[in-house]
Design a protein around this ligand. Structure first.
Ligand code: SAH
Ligand code: SF4
Ligand code: F3S
Length: 476
């Protein structure tokens, strides 16, 4: 194997060439194409990673398969909360029955859960039929790992790295949507919020070179993508450690100026780093969508301190004031955790205050989940289940109450909508996304998917709208 290049991505491309022959031979033998299925758990970052996995598999000759009954099946896992783990383990058990029917089937498990040793041990012990295990840092090595697995007699090939300072790019990617795509601008997280496992499983923050980001976006635009989402765990700390100084607001300006993408979103900004410069860019650059997902986590200053969030209740409220003063029609959404250790009724009522004040269009609400290895796991004052449940239900109720007027005020107005697909629940209906990230369902034909249209909102159905397509107003 002396002719395998050391340098990336050439090395992986070389393994892909070797695998092409193997896959071709196997498919001739089976007299059908070999199939793959990638099942993704977790956040946008994982979805993006899964598109990269799919890209490698399609390059070497596998074709996509809707069901999990495929020749190669990959689970790309999440470990942010315990229920994410439970879901994965529940399903891995079932994969054993699939493999019993198709012994040639290759099962791989990767992603955030695999960065935790106890999860890998559990798979080794209880799910010996898993062929390949890798983590988050070496996901770009799928081709090499697959090649190694096919040429080794090891029952389970395991390759996990503790961390990395590498960013390997320019590998194939198979996108789920033709018209929208995620673009990583940074990897990892340095914030160490005390409840959160992400910094431990995704490693230290690394920003991509702006030139590479612009290049990727321009290539996507050439392929027909019109909406991009810039991805990172804390996008507004973008730029730290790069040789030429640049911040997130400057990156956004650059993307607006140097690419022809129609809509730009980003996920997730951290309240502590949301600068007035960023608000100003959002106010002035038309391509930037009027939506900010601004995770609150808690409205209590004391709890925020224990969470290591670096802002107070008042800081958050003042930030929302500044955002709304600059962009009155902005849509704000958030994440909130209920039941963080030591949370009192008073702390919780601070959270409700903030929710009422900010009028979020929607909120992702989570019950605190203890993650081993994080500081909060050893904090005193774990909140009893019944109290958490009561608070969680109340929070949901208040979130619903505050989102309603904010959503209702949009009924009757006409918005530009990107048609994303057919509405699975009602035939003849399409689903489209407003620039502010809200969804609308309206009558239309599937050939409109991927187009920008004007839709008048006629009714609010909780978390989405019904609308009428204004056919005389095609925008693109
Ligand atoms: N980087 C992003 C999101 C990370 S994970 C941010 O900083 O906002 C997405 C959400 O999961 C978090 O915003 C938080 O609300 C939630 N979360 C993270 N760890 C959790 C835990 N241990 N228990 C419950 N929810 C958690
Ligand atoms: Fe987790 Fe905090 Fe980093 Fe978000 S910013 S990924 S919540 S540690
Ligand atoms: Fe989950 Fe990993 Fe994302 S833990 S939330 S998939 S970074």
């Amino acid at each position: 194997m002396s002719n395998i290049p050391e340098k990336e991505p050439e090395r992986q491309l070389c393994f892909m060439e070797l695998l092409k022959t193997i896959v071709k031979d196997a498919s001739l033998q089976k007299q059908r194409p070999l199939t793959y299925h990638v099942q993704t758990f977790g956040c946008q970052m994982n979805f993006k990673d899964s598109e990269k996995l799919a890209g490698v598999l399609e390059t070497i000759g596998y074709v996509p398969e809707e069901s999990e009954n495929a020749d190669i099946l990959i689970y790309n896992t999440c470990t942010v909360r315990e229920n994410a783990n439970t879901k994965v383990f529940g399903r891995i058990g079932y994969l054993g029955t699939l493999k019993a029917k198709n012994p040639d089937m290759l099962i791989a498990v990767c992603g955030c859960m695999m960065q935790e040793e106890h999860n890998v041990e559990k798979i080794k012990k209880s799910y010996g039929f898993v062929d390949l295990i890798f983590g988050t840092h070496n996901i770009y090595m799928l081709a090499e790992l697959l090649y190694e697995k096919l040429n080794s007699r090891k029952k389970t090939l395991i390759e996990i790295w503790d961390g990395t300072d590498r960013i390997v790019e320019d590998l194939p990617s198979a996108r789920k949507f033709d018209f929208k795509a995620g673009v990583n601008i940074m990897y990892g997280c340095n914030n160490f919020c005390t409840y959160c496992i992400v910094p431990y499983v995704r490693g230290r923050e690394r920003s991509r070179d702006p030139k590479d980001i612009i290049k990727e976006i321009n290539e996507l635009v050439d392929e027909g993508v019109s909406e991009i989402m810039l991805l990172g765990q804390n996008v507004n700390s973008y730029g730290k450690g790069l040789p030429e100084p640049i911040n997130f607001a400057e990156l956004l300006r650059k993307v607006c100026k140097e690419t022809k993408v129609h809509r730009i979103r980003f996920m997730t900004p951290h309240p502590k780093d949301l600068s007035d410069e960023l608000i100003e860019v959002m106010r002035t650059e038309e391509k930037l969508c009027p939506h900010i997902h601004l995770p609150l986590q808690s409205g209590s200053t004391a709890l925020l301190k224990k969470m290591n969030r670096h802002y107070t209740k008042e800081d958050y409220l003042r930030l929302v004031d500044r955002i709304k003063a600059a962009m009155p029609d902005i849509s704000l959404t958030t994440d909130i955790i209920v039941g963080f250790p030591g949370e009192t009724d008073e702390d919780f009522s601070d959270t409700l205050d903030v929710v009422r004040y900010c009028g979020f269009d929607s909120a992702f609400t989570f019950i605190y989940s203890k993650r081993n290895g994080t500081p909060a796991a050893s904090y005193d004052g774990q909140v009893p289940d019944n109290v958490v449940k009561r608070r969680f239900d109340e929070l949901l109720k208040v979130c619903r109450e505050v989102s309603e007027p904010s959503l209702m005020k949009r009924v009757g107005s006409t918005y530009e909508v990107l048609v994303e697909g057919v509405d699975e629940n009602e035939s003849g209906m399409l689903t489209g996304r407003l620039a502010n990230n809200l969804l609308v369902h309206f009558k239309g034909e599937p050939d409109l998917i991927g187009k920008y249209l004007n839709v008048r909102l006629t009714e609010c159905k909780g978390f989405y709208f019904l609308g009428d397509l204004l056919l005389d107003k095609f925008l693109q």
